[in-house]
Design a protein around this ligand. Sequence first.
Ligand SMILES: C[S@@+](CC[C@H](N)C(=O)[O-])C[C@H]1O[C@@H](n2cnc3c(N)ncnc32)[C@H](O)[C@@H]1O
Length: 251
Amino acid sequence: MNDMWGTGDYKAVADKIATAGEQLVDRAGIEPGMEVLDVACGTGNATIPAAQLAARVTGLDFSPALLALARELGADAMVEVAWVEGDAQELPFEDASFDRVISCFGHMFAPDHRRTADEMRRVCRPEGRIAFACWTPEGKIGGMFRTLGELGPPPPEGFQSPLLWGTEDHVRDLLGDDVGFERHEVEWSEPSPEAYAAFMSNSFGPMIAAREQLGAIVDEVYLDWVREANEADDGTLRYRAEYLLAAAPRG
Ligand SMILES: C[S@@+](CC[C@H](N)C(=O)[O-])C[C@H]1O[C@@H](n2cnc3c(N)ncnc32)[C@H](O)[C@@H]1O
């Protein structure tokens, strides 16, 4: 039931946002030998670059399918990573286990933000740091999640929008006033809006799940969104989406 993210071809989607994983790892201040946890690691977009810095890295995710792929990709990259199945809201680690706790567009999807933030702080050492990348509500991916979200029924009680993690006030509220923020963008360059919409429709687990629930309207609305997001006027697709990169002392 947790494997919505593991259906389709998330790795192909993740390849298009790989620069954000590298940027996050760069800003997290990871040094050789550090213990690092990547929360909601997916196929290892940030986990594998962190391990390439000779850190001792653990990647946690609740999708068995994505963890299986991550394990293969880590082996291909010849890095050692502990891949662990678990929930971001209930991290299966002792208090103060890690020097860095990071997440790349991952922990933002756990419904209870306070609980997730408290868990990330709990497993981080007192002198450690927490760093993550999250889509902003005003950026294009924020708009995409809102547009698709409006098609379905209202979210269940207690569900908090993932996009709140892309707002500075919310992050300060959860992690304190010492958080440093940067804004970056991911850029997409694709052969055409139609080809890209078809690719996402077949590859992106949340879209596949939404289509199963709501029907073809999901693909129609998504294609409209892609056309509207497009900055190119030569038949190709080019768009950029903003994300917030936050880094905080555990405190
Ligand atoms: C957009 S993907 C990001 C994956 C990866 N960090 C990356 O940069 O490509 C979101 C990931 O969050 C994971 N996820 C969502 N909610 C989770 C939770 N409560 N606990 C653990 N993993 C979760 C999904 O399985 C998926 O791998």
